[in-house]
Design a protein around this ligand. Structure first.
Ligand code: GDP
Ligand code: MN
Length: 385
């Protein structure tokens, strides 16, 4: 789960990580009042679940309450498109109005799971600011990575090494080390998959302050964090993905036109590969899961059919815990309820496959059967839509 910058900063504050004074505003009047409260100048920051706002007009320094109201009006009026949002952009419903910072130095700090080392890793760079992706691409040696053993946690010698890499003065090194340790505690205690501060700044008067804040939470750990669940903002999520999540269906929206209905995550990935290998493009990843009922299968199919990109549907079911007849009933149910006539290619194997194929065959739906996954993908490619 993704959360907003202002929410991440609330969590930072709880862990003693210094953040600028800030007030959340939802309209120009509130932005104006907040700026007045902050001394007549502020930075107005669009709250969306994506970075790259600075370059896209989503972060504006203003020098009067009136200018803050104008900036707010502009930002709230349209979706904000950044390199991280996709072409549609993200709706801006809230703004964070913050006191201006006196930036002497911009650093980069992040904690994430490093799959190579199978544990958390802390990354730091002196090249903080807006272009860390470019630093990673062109001068990766400027990013120092410290793998952390999850059993011992972040060790003091590692914190010292990171601070040394940042080349900080003695006067701020202690505070920076405190931020790093607090960040690690926050990361573990909240089951984060990513915590990023870009930039972590050193101010003119020698304070260490998190000027930006990004937190990703592990969806599979959310049951342990009922309080954090309140931070969810559905307006920032892909509509179909949000719907699927509520139905407990693993679904990821993709770019192509082949809707894919599969049981099992591995099989779903293999289905995407086979589809692409055949020269077609999947519209989604979907794992309907093991213990699905006809109604749940129908919900999954309806999600696929409600995606306007979908021109054809590839069904790949390996009947085990989910029997083929149950899957077939669900597919028929969804087509009946939606009145769709989008063609299907079905590859079914396993428990009750004869019954499953019979149900689909007798349904009158535009179904083509295939015996292997490769054949199914080739049939999908052949469907001229
Ligand atoms: P992002 O582009 O979405 O990552 O948004 P950030 O919160 O990182 O803001 C982008 C940039 O705006 C930062 O790297 C800073 O250079 C600048 N910025 C943000 N707040 C302030 C501020 O209070 N004062 C100044 N001078 N610059 C700021
Ligand atoms: Mn940033």
């Amino acid at each position: 789960m993704n959360i907003h910058e202002f929410q991440a900063k609330e969590i930072f504050a709880r862990y003693g990580i210094p953040v600028p004074r800030g007030i959340v505003a939802a309209n120009p009047d509130e932005a104006k009042a907040a700026t007045l409260e902050l001394g007549g100048r502020s930075v107005v920051k669009a709250q969306i679940h994506a970075g790259g706002r600075g370059k896209a007009g989503g972060v504006q320094l203003v020098h009067s309450p009136e200018e803050a109201a104008e900036a707010a009006q502009r930002m709230l009026a349209a979706n904000l498109v950044t390199p991280q949002t996709g072409p549609k952009g993200a709706p801006v419903r809230k703004l964070l109005i913050e006191e201006l910072a006196d930036i002497k130095q911009e650093l980069y700090v992040a904690l994430t799971i490093d799959r190579g080392h199978q544990g958390p890793a802390l990354l730091v760079s002196t090249k903080g600011g807006m272009d860390i992706e470019e630093v990673a691409a062109t001068s990766p040696e400027d990013i120092h990575t410290e793998p952390i053993d999850p059993l011992s946690g972040l060790m003091p010698f590692q914190t010292r090494r990171l601070v040394r890499h940042l080349g900080l003065d003695q006067t701020v090194a202690g505070d920076a080390a405190k931020v790093l340790s607090a960040l690690y505690r926050l990361f573990v205690e909240n089951d984060c998959t990513l915590v990023e501060i870009n930039p972590l700044i050193i101010t003119g008067d020698g304070r260490v302050v998190a000027l930006d804040a990004k937190i990703n939470l592990d969806d599979d750990a959310m049951f342990r964090h009922a309080d954090l669940l309140e931070y969810r903002d559905i307006s920032q999520e892909d509509e179909l993905e949000a719907k699927a999540a509520d139905l407990d269906i693993a679904y990821v929206n993709l770019d192509g036109d082949v809707g894919c209905l599969v049981n099992g995550a591995g099989l779903a990935m293999a289905t995407l590969d086979a589809t692409i290998a055949a020269g077609a493009a999947p519209a989604n990843f979907l794992d309907v899961g093991g213990g699905a009922t006809p109604e749940k299968v129908a919900s999954a199919v309806k999600i696929i059919l409600s995606d306007s990109k979908v021109q054809r549907v590839l069904v790949n079911i390996f009947g085990g815990i989910l029997r083929c007849d149950i899957a077939a009933e669900g597919i028929v149910l969804a087509y009946e309820e939606t009145g769709s006539n989008i063609p299907l290619v079905v590859r079914m194997l396993g428990t009750n496959v004869v019954e499953g194929k019979h149900i689909l065959g007798a349904s009158g739906l535009p179904v083509t059967f295939a015996d292997t996954l490769t054949e199914a993908a080739e049939e999908i490619k052949k469907l001229n839509v």
